[in-house]
Design a protein around this ligand. Structure first.
Ligand code: FES
Ligand code: FES
Length: 157
């Protein structure tokens, strides 16, 4: 029988209790165990950024984070970004306005990364945005529009 551990995770302001094998990543805990499927798996080895979410307000790759590592930390996923009334976060609104996505698969990671990028103070110029958003791959090639969206959101943030 496989050993499981009991963990409590604070996700988008809600406490969620789980019994998991210790090897389960935060990404798979979100997707497979909590039905929070907004966080995407593009590679599972830290190379694409589709799994980006926040731990204590900082961007992390959830595919390289074990769920057990983040017990007691504050986790935010794309589902927790909008306000309680459903009002979009400025970065979400800017992505729509600027057509900063096509298939949408990289988009949750792009948006979570962009929110952190702005918070880190790394959205001062187009070149800086490109550099500090370069950990998020987009096969649809929406990069120009992503930069425009991040720039606009940084101005209102
Ligand atoms: S799925 Fe985590 S970086 Fe690609
Ligand atoms: S919108 Fe398709 S991969 Fe980025």
């Amino acid at each position: 029988m496989t050993r499981t551990i009991h963990i409590a995770l604070d996700i988008n302001g809600q406490r969620r209790e789980l019994d998991l094998e210790p090897r389960v990543t935060l990404l798979d805990a979100l997707r497979e165990h909590l039905s929070l499927t907004g966080t995407k798996k593009g590679c599972d080895q830290g190379q694409c950024g589709a799994c980006t979410c926040h731990v204590d307000g900082k961007r992390v790759l959830s595919c390289l984070t074990l769920a057990a590592q983040v017990e007691g930390r504050e986790i935010t996923t794309i589902e927790g970004l909008a306000g309680d009334a459903g009002d979009l976060h400025p970065v979400q609104a800017a992505f729509i306005e600027h057509d900063a996505f096509q298939c949408g698969y990289c988009t949750p990671g792009q948006i979570m990364s962009a929110v952190a990028c702005i918070r880190e103070g790394h959205a001062g110029s187009d070149a800086e945005i490109r550099e500090y958003m370069s950990g998020n791959l987009c096969r649809c090639g929406a990069y120009n529009n992503i930069v425009a969206a991040v720039r606009q959101a940084a101005e209102v943030a």
